[in-house]
Design a protein around this ligand. Structure first.
Ligand code: ZN
Length: 383
């Protein structure tokens, strides 16, 4: 493959690229896995079979940010640096990293076979840490005791709060078994499940290849089920807010957003597993309209509805200013967010995930490194 200076490299058919690179039912528009960083970045502006995958997760970063910052302009909202917003910022970081890593993974994966593997390991890692970011937001804003702790007799009577033998407050609407789970196991479980997800998904790139799409989709069902337990609890119990309060009105839109969030997740899973529509007409959707682009659109819509759901609960708490989470002093039923319990948890998780990714990348270099060198020799570029 010899090219004159400045000319973009030609796009290839599936029969002209290494088997590792081939996507089911996508016949054309492939970039050969020997692009330079600059060529990869420039390929965002030419129609390849990865262009739509890049833009369908890159543009949503801006849409998400636009909807996210609205929270800080609400009446009664503390400043953006206040501890109250630590969980929300962690959620933002989770989503931001997920969208950026996903879009860049699709753009940069044609640098080499090894880089391709690393790109997707990072992609799985950011999806997993996003689930923990969501869990932190759920824990502090949708938790059965969120915003209804230790604020005096007026709120206790309004919110139906009773006192247990240990002097802690237990909201009468809460289901006791759920409370035990939330207090002790919820965030640790979310972290463990996220690590299991990274390990499983990274493994599907080296073994279990035949059923990789089903495994990856099912594996992410687990963090969804664990993370969503505060929402399941909220749906199964009565609202913590008085029926006549504005907090109740704000919170009442939460179930609709949650059901839509679930619907988008189901549709995205169907696209990811079925490989529809390219399965019906191989070659017809190579550049635009193939399943992975629809998968990206649906996952982003699910994230957007999740953001609206969290915002509804944040607004409900803000509309009850005397119910705001207090400083982390006992005997608060739910400690206020601290840097250690939010950013600290995420940092610890990220460190673990980065270690896992480095381990799999090292293995990938052993497996694909020799082939990458052979391909470079067989397909030299003149630039
Ligand atoms: Zn993707």
């Amino acid at each position: 493959m010899r090219l004159k200076c400045g000319q973009p490299l030609p796009l290839l058919r599936h029969s002209d690229v290494p088997p590792r690179v081939i996507e089911n039912f996508i016949l054309t528009g492939y970039r050969f896995p020997n692009y330079s960083l600059k060529e990869c970045l420039m390929s965002a502006f030419r129609p390849t079979n990865e262009t739509g995958n890049f833009w369908s997760h890159f543009l949503p970063v801006f849409i998400f940010f636009y909807h996210f910052v609205e929270v800080f302009s609400w009446e009664g909202a503390p400043s953006g640096e206040a501890p109250f917003f630590y969980p929300l910022w962690n959620y933002f970081l989770g989503v931001f990293c997920l969208l950026m890593a996903s879009s860049l993974a699709h753009l940069l994966n044609s640098m080499s076979l090894v880089v391709r593997e690393v790109c997707f390991f990072v992609d799985y890692g950011t999806i997993s840490s996003y689930t923990v970011g969501s869990s932190l937001a759920y824990y502090y804003y949708i938790h059965p005791r969120a915003g209804i702790v230790d604020t005096g007799t007026l709120n206790s009577s309004v919110m139906g709060v009773t006192h247990d033998h240990a002097g802690l407050q237990t909201p009468s609407y809460a289901i006791p078994d759920f409370i035990v789970f939330f207090e002790s196991f919820y965030i640790p479980c979310a972290c463990v499940v996220a690590i299991i997800c990274v390990l499983s998904c990274c493994n599907t790139r080296q073994r279990w290849r035949r059923h990789r799409y089903i495994i990856r989709t099912l594996v992410f069902l687990l963090p969804f089920l664990v993370s969503s337990t505060p929402i399941f609890h909220r749906l199964l119990s009565r609202s913590p807010y008085s029926n006549t309060s504005s907090s109740f009105t704000a919170s009442s839109s939460m179930p609709v957003y949650f059901y839509r969030h679930c619907l988008w997740l189901v549709v995205s899973a169907i696209f990811n597993i079925s490989k529809f529509p390219e399965r019906l007409a191989p070659g017809r959707f190579d550049i635009w309209g193939h399943s992975h682009q629809w998968f990206h659109c649906c996952t982003f819509l699910s994230i957007l509805d999740e953001l609206h759901m969290i915002k509804a609960e944040v607004q409900a708490i803000l509309l009850s200013p005397t119910l705001l989470l207090p400083p982390a002093t006992p005997p608060s039923a739910l400690p206020a967010p601290t840097i250690a319990a939010t950013y600290g948890v995420m940092l610890l998780l990220q460190t673990t995930i980065v270690s896992i990714i480095m381990w799999f990348s090292w293995q990938a270099n052993h497996i694909h490194g020799p082939q990458t060198d052979q391909l470079k020799k067989a397909h030299p570029k003149t630039t």
